[in-house]
Design a protein around this ligand. Structure first.
Ligand code: NOJ
Length: 560
């Protein structure tokens, strides 16, 4: 692994914290108690792949519980567990057959309750994933719904006649390919599904659906869940007249089944319920621009506290101007930013940003980017050890329905969902059984146990970064000031809180760059500089002449 400067810098970090008064630390803690999520790092756990306690090859809740020491030492504040409810697993849990239980593959409800309690002992909150838009076709609600046109749950889903024999009600296309409408011979009507046919959409215009789903939310809140990640929040409603969607430049635009205004009414009511529990909502909010994203916070901050910014996450190149633009947009919107760089639906950041030569430096650089910005950060398991995609090479190995649909153009999402690499033991220490997805050979080097031993590993960089983010008031509370707004290669910004300033300089290029920050403009012309964390070997010295190594990340404290 690369980036030898780390060990020295690790000591600098500890020294810098010693200068923070107890009073300042107290202030951060008090703010946390009000809305702990504002400074949080939320760690996404894909339960199938995190840790397998019973060696059946699939991760489980007791596995997660066994890794709480690790997560606490890593420094995350919450875990978001992707769906672990009973499910036929057609879309790996995003097809829920019972909203108030745990899939036996993952354990029991008692295991879950214990996990929540144990996690709190480790200062970690637990968020669940709430699949609002659709259920499994095996959910008893849907089984009843499809049983007859007069069934009690018939109107819990969206049933329509076709336009004519063999013709679906309209031209809407599913995200998982083909029409959004599936013919059901039993009652001779079509049912609607934005995703797979095995994931029929709930009819949110029926108040009974909302009651049932909100009851499910209460069920988990009463068990100590600290919030929900909301799945597919933009597709709850459809145009009741089923207008055909238009095409723009040959592509269908989901004008009539995506982003309808009624979505927001449900979110406001869910927020009211969640506020009673002081819970947080984290949104899967895919948007094209900042004004769309802004709507999810609510006109009166009364919808989702944390709508994830996927415009930031989907910048697939190391472009300082592009990242800067997204940061500026959310900063100037006046909303609380939520930064994320990858998840279980996206290729891992190691692959997307790596150049094949400096991947480890780039992994640290990206960490330093999304974890030093103002806002909440959401990190995906394994990012901290530099896990990479392990994509299937043959169609017959593909498990993800998306991968089977469009092979080989789209290899699906299996590659980013492989088991966590805990050690260099067989199966990366994840299981003694056969792992449900193959583990890449690189686990021998990129694993928790080995990286803990190496001072300059990606894991140790993450740990130091998370510690710094937690303990440094300027990084926790400070405002964001871009001090090099025209630089094509370097992102350089100040985080300022009261008399404290932290400067972050990130070289997103493969060439050395000179730092071009006019600190005098911010009253910091004669500032004393202390390195807090750096991937470089050398002390940057005078910031006015500092030279940044290729892909370097430098975080310094600047004191007047
Ligand atoms: C978004 C989830 O993240 C994804 O994994 C899933 O396939 C779809 N929603 C459908 O639930």
């Amino acid at each position: 692994m690369l980036g030898r400067g780390w060990a020295v810098m690790g000591m600098v970090v500890a020294g810098a914290f010693a200068g923070i008064s107890g009073q300042e630390q107290g202030r951060v803690t008090a703010a946390d108690a009000q809305s702990w999520w504002r400074h949080a790092v939320i760690y996404e756990v894909y339960p199938r792949s995190f840790a397998d306690s019973n060696n059946d090859g699939v991760g489980d809740l007791n596995g997660i519980a066994s890794k709480l020491d690790y997560l606490e030492a890593l420094g995350v504040n919450a875990i978001w567990i992707t769906p672990c409810y009973p499910s036929p697993q057609k879309d790996f849990g995003y097809d829920v057959s019972d909203y108030t239980n745990i899939d036996p593959m993952y354990g029991t409800l008692a295991d879950f309750e214990q996990l929540v309690v144990k996690a709190r002992q480790h200062h970690i909150r637990v968020l669940m994933d709430f699949v609002l838009n659709h259920t499994s076709d095996q959910n008893p609600w849907f089984l009843d719904s499809r049983s007859s046109r007069s069934a009690a749950h018939r109107d819990w889903y969206i049933w329509r006649d076709g336009k004519g024999p063999g013709q679906p009600p309209n031209n809407w296309q599913s995200d998982f390919g083909g029409s959004t409408w599936t013919w059901d011979p039993k009652t001779s009507q079509y049912y609607y599904h934005y995703f797979e046919a095995a994931q029929p959409d709930l009819n949110w215009r029926n108040p009974a659906v909302e009651r049932a789903m909100f009851d499910a939310a209460r069920f988990w809140y009463d068990r100590g869940v600290a919030g929900f990640r909301l799945d597919a929040v933009d597709t709850l409603f459809e145009d009741p007249d089923l207008h055909d969607n238009p095409f723009v430049n040959g592509e269908m635009v989901n004008k009539y089944n995506d982003n309808l205004a009624q979505n927001h009414e449900v979110l406001r009511r869910l927020r009211t319920l969640s506020d009673r529990y002081n819970a947080v909502l984290l949104g899967e909010t895919w948007t094209d621009n900042i004004s769309q994203l802004k709507q999810y916070y609510g006109d009166h901050d009364d919808e989702i506290q944390l709508p994830m910014n996927f415009m930031f996450a989907t910048i697939n190149e190391l472009s300082a101007p592009k990242f800067r633009h997204q940061i500026d947009s959310i900063e100037s919107s006046g909303e609380w930013p939520v930064f994320v760089i990858t998840n279980h639906d996206m290729e891992r950041s190691y692959n997307r940003y790596g150049d094949g030569v400096h991947n480890d430096q780039i992994a640290k650089l990206m960490a330093a980017l999304y974890l030093t910005l103002r806002g909440t950060a959401v990190m995906y398991y394994g990012e901290e050890i530099g896990m990479r995609n392990n994509d299937p090479t043959r169609l017959e190995d593909v498990l993800d329905p998306l991968g089977r649909m469009d092979w080989p153009k789209n290899k699906g999402r299996d590659g980013e969902r492989t088991p966590m690499q805990w050690s260099d033991a067989p199966n990366a220490g994840f299981t003694e059984g056969k792992p449900w997805l193959p583990i890449p050979a690189t686990f021998k080097t990129y694993n928790v146990a080995s990286e803990l031993q190496q001072p300059d590993s990606i894991l140790n960089f993450y740990k130091s970064l998370l510690r710094l983010r937690r303990d440094n008031p300027a990084l926790a509370e400070g405002d964001y000031v871009d001090v090099a707004p025209d630089d094509a290669h370097v992102l350089c910004f100040l985080r300022r809180y009261q008399h404290r300033s932290v400067l972050v300089a990130l070289n997103l290029s493969s060439q050395p760059q000179h730092l071009d920050a006019d600190l005098a403009r911010y009253g910091l012309g004669t500032a004393r500089v202390t390195t807090l964390l750096s991937t470089m070997h050398n002390d940057p010295g005078d910031l006015r002449q500092a030279r940044l190594d290729p892909f370097a990340a430098l975080i310094v404290q600047v004191d007047q």
